[in-house]
Write a protein that binds this ligand. Structure first.
Ligand SMILES: Cc1cc2nc3c(=O)[nH]c(=O)nc-3n(C[C@H](O)[C@H](O)[C@H](O)COP(=O)(O)OP(=O)(O)OC[C@H]3O[C@@H](n4cnc5c(N)ncnc54)[C@H](O)[C@@H]3O)c2cc1C
Length: 481
């Protein structure tokens, strides 16, 4: 009898779990082992239940226009457990000169899909609006070189649209500096629209923007969330895998392969002394589902060049402060999903999400659950402040912007150090180089949010592709007799 293929998955976030599940779906007889360094699965997905509160400490939902999240839920037989956002409250606010102003209807990520609302918004001055309208006459850029998102928006729509709308909306998704973000790596469809139609407004008016989501905002439309929170998706995935396939508190610290032999995984001694000193296990294939800088550490002894390229992907950190208030203590109508804060406003928070407005069952009826984001690439020092400072910043900013009288009933803080990869200028080329170097290592697949998208569906897709890749390679190397 041939030995079943041995697959190791390193990292138990959504990428690693999706990879392990896909491998199990395609090759149920395979021996699959998932190693997670911490004591819990989920990585950036972490739901906490406190009394009647359902608190998302990390990601709180996922987009459905990238199909892989929904598709996975369907395969898990679980799509009926998904909630959609409450459409009646879809409004997003932008902080403007110290107060909340509604984002104009039809403004999607980087460009307007309707001109009426943008012409009446107080977010832009008359000069800003005229400059926006002039977009139709700005010729398309000829150079094939990568362009920053900031430069693209300034060139096409002018400085005000960048500073007042796009920077807080798009910058917020990546917690990034738009002057460094690669347009090609983050928003390629806008580049295509410019190239094809010569103007984004013309593209939208001629129907070229029909594949854009039809709502305003960035994080807030066409999204779904599991009824029981993001961690319930993690639990559902873990349940579907054979019990012995998941190992927690198992940090891999090196992977090596001699000639055509199997991969050797070295497991670091457990801080709790469960195994020591180093333990080694052999596998035919390894899927790395960890941040790029961690993959670099695992590979540096076997492929220094690949490790160096992986280290070139920068990361940003954020902290999420969750606050719960009595509804009656807040003067603002809270008729929306939250607000974003332009950097030009010089405040200490990036955005706030009215979590209990987005999905039902997050807080009791008479209470409001708000998540405040602090830090990111432009204010990295703030993410690292001690808990009491983060709490003070979040409560002071919300009290001012939402006119809150009372003290919060609950405050929670989650830290996400180096959790958000930054797709800087040249990212596409860097990833192509990483992938061509990794292709020299038979049986190795890289996956996760560092390469082709940071959203949960993209991570799922990347994990699933990695599983398909290692199984295809294994079948080519060991064809059935
Ligand atoms: C605050 C925040 C909010 C977000 N909001 C959203 C949102 O609303 N919607 C959305 O689509 N996306 C959102 N994202 C992005 C998305 O959640 C992440 O990109 C995604 O969850 C990353 O998954 P991953 O499995 O690739 O990596 P991670 O979640 O980082 O998981 C990697 C895992 O690998 C483990 N690990 C690391 N090193 C080792 C090792 N040596 N050995 C073994 N295990 C190791 C880690 O402990 C971790 O569990 C958000 C991200 C953050 C941080």
């Amino acid at each position: 009898m041939p030995q079943p293929i041995r697959i190791a998955v390193v990292g138990g976030g959504i990428t690693g779990l999706a990879a392990a599940f896909r491998a199990f779906e395609l090759a149920p007889g395979a021996s699959i082992r998932l190693f997670e360094a911490s004591s819990r699965l989920g990585g950036s997905l972490r739901t906490v239940h406190e009394g009647m509160l359902l608190i998302e400490q990390g990601a709180d939902n996922f987009i459905t226009t990238a199909p892989w999240g929904l598709d996975l839920c369907r395969r898990l037989g679980w799509d009926r457990d998904l909630l959609t956002t409450d459409e009646t409250r879809r409004q997003v606010y932008v902080v403007h000169r110290g107060r909340l102003v509604k984002l104009p209807d039809g403004f999607v990520l980087m460009s307007p899909t309707r001109l009426g609302p943008i012409l009446t918004t107080p977010l832009l001055s008359l000069t800003g609006k005229l400059r926006l309208l002039a977009e139709r006459f700005i010729p398309a850029r000829k150079s094939p070189d990568d362009e920053s998102l900031g430069s693209f928006v300034r060139r096409r729509f002018g400085r005000q649209v960048l500073e007042r709308l796009v920077q807080p909306l798009v910058g917020g998704i990546y917690t990034a500096d738009p002057e460094r973000l690669s347009l090609k790596a983050t928003m390629p469809r806008y580049l295509e629209m410019e190239q094809k139609y010569g103007s984004l407004i013309r593209a939208t008016l001629q129907g070229g923007g029909r594949h854009l989501p039809p709502q305003s905002g960035a994080r807030y439309g066409m999204f779904v969330a599991p009824r029981g929170g993001m961690s319930s998706l993690v639990e559902r995935l873990a349940e579907k895998l054979p019990a012995e396939s998941i190992r927690l508190n198992a940090a891999i610290d090196r992977i090596e392969r001699s000639a055509d032999g199997p991969w050797q995984l070295r497991i670091a001694p457990s801080p709790r002394g469960e195994h020591s000193p180093f333990e080694r296990q052999e596998f035919d294939s390894v899927i790395l589902a960890v941040p790029a800088f961690r993959a670099a550490r695992l590979l540096e002894t076997s492929d220094a060049e690949l490790a160096k390229s992986l280290d070139a992907i920068p990361y940003a950190s954020t902290s999420v402060v969750t606050l719960v208030y009595h509804r009656q203590d807040i003067a603002h109508p809270l008729d929306g999903f939250g607000f974003v804060v332009p950097a030009i406003e010089k405040r200490q928070i990036l955005a706030a999400s009215f979590a209990s407005n987005k999905y039902p069952g997050r807080a009791p009826e008479d209470q409001v659950l708000i998540r405040v984001f602090i830090g990111g690439a432009c204010q990295p020092e703030l993410a690292e402040l001690p808990d009491e400072r983060l709490r003070a910043i979040a409560t002071a900013e919300l009290a001012d912007l939402l006119e809150i009288r009372g003290e919060p009933l609950h405050v929670g803080i989650a830290r996400w150090p180096r959790a958000m990869p930054q797709y800087h200028l040249g990212h596409t080329e860097l990833v192509a180089r990483i992938e061509s170097l990794a292709a020299r290592q038979t049986g190795l697949a890289l996956s996760g949010n560092a390469y082709h998208g940071v959203g949960v569906p993209h991570c799922i897709h990347s994990g699933e592709q990695a599983a398909e890749q290692v199984l295809t390679t294994a079948r080519i190397s060991n064809p059935p007799a």
